[in-house]
Design a protein around this ligand. Structure first.
Ligand SMILES: N[C@@H](CCC(=O)N[C@@H](CS)C(=O)NCC(=O)O)C(=O)O
Length: 310
């Protein structure tokens, strides 16, 4: 059916969101461990410059940002959809707010001084300095990922209190099955829960802790670890799907094949350039040709990305 390859690293919360969704769907997939900081030389031929983590590859189609990766996985594994129509607006709005604003809150909690002791990213002073410098570069020209701890803490505690009430029946956020909002909320909570030094922040919220454990119990699916070079070889032997969709948002302005660039609107402001293939309310995609992997399609969600003509 599919040959999904997740490009990720273990400490990445957004990667954990996708790993657990793949576990929920009992998916078979491959995984490539990519560097935590730039450069990412074996990712760039696929992503065309997009640097955030994770990235999902399916042959010669490459999906950037977990919003579109979740849609792809749900389409390939449609049983127990994480987008039930009955809660469509609430589910999508909560997932989007959580992955943007609330993620920044969770970063501030996870990087507070007392959490640094057991942070795997800060194994030695040199690694810590390189990480901090890379994250300054990641925010350059855009939104600061990091929020002040004093501002973040009340947001964190207030949201945990609401979640604790909503999860009191022992299920998931919108019923007895997890939806997209559960996976978005889970990875922010996992960021805190997975650190011994700050796990007690969640002690006042036992329903949240039980729900985190229910989410973790889905596991990570059936994963085979492969090298970055092996993933590039797979892309070079495949051709992109090539479907063209033009939505009604840019009437007369844009057509398939136009030279465009796509750039995140928050942080990691590196443009990806190519020929336009999809511009709908749900998705943007461009076609590119790379010396190492040949023809590639790079897909993004519409929300959170800007489309510019060249
Ligand atoms: N909106 C993106 C956010 C991804 C994101 O911020 N990921 C973090 C890691 S969890 C990142 O890219 N950090 C910088 C890096 O890995 O180079 C998504 O949903 O995938």
């Amino acid at each position: 059916m599919s040959d999904l390859i997740l490009h990720q690293y273990p400490a990445s919360p957004f990667s954990e969101k996708i790993r657990v969704l793949l576990g929920y769907k009992q998916a078979h997939y491959s995984s490539v461990e990519i560097p935590v900081i730039m450069p990412k030389p074996l990712l760039m031929p696929l992503s065309g410059g997009y640097r955030k983590t994770p990235v999902m590859q399916n042959g010669a189609d490459v999906y950037c940002d977990t919003a579109i990766i979740c849609r792809l996985i749900d389409r390939l594994y449609p049983d127990s959809t994480i987008y039930p129509e009955a809660v469509d607006a609430a589910n999508n709005a909560l997932a989007n707010w959580t992955d943007t604003f609330f993620f920044r809150v969770a970063v501030a909690i996870a990087f507070q001084p007392k959490a640094m002791i057991d942070n795997p990213l800060f194994s030695d002073p040199e690694a810590a300095a390189a990480f901090m410098a890379d994250r300054v570069e990641l925010s350059k020209g855009g939104l600061q990922i990091r929020m002040e701890f004093e501002m973040a803490m009340p947001y964190f505690l207030a949201h945990m209190k609401h979640l604790d009430k909503q999860l009191s029946d022992g299920g998931f956020l919108f019923g007895d099955k997890p939806t997209a909002a559960d996976f978005s909320t889970y990875h922010c909570c996992w960021f805190v829960y997975s650190r011994d030094a700050i796990r007690d922040t969640l002690d006042p919220f036992p329903n949240v802790v039980s729900w985190i454990q229910r989410m973790m119990a889905f596991g990570h699916g059936h994963v085979t670890h492969i090298s970055g070079d092996a993933a590039l070889d797979i892309a070079s032997k495949a051709e992109p799907l090539g479907d063209e969709v033009m939505g009604s948002m840019h009437p007369g302005e844009l057509k398939p094949g136009d030279d465009v660039e796509i750039i995140p609107t928050d942080y990691g402001l590196i443009p990806v350039q190519g020929k336009l293939q999809i511009a709908s309310l749900e998705e943007l995609a461009i076609r590119r040709t790379d010396a190492r992997v040949g023809n590639i399609s790079v897909h993004f969600p519409r929300l959170g990305f800007e489309l510019r003509t060249l």
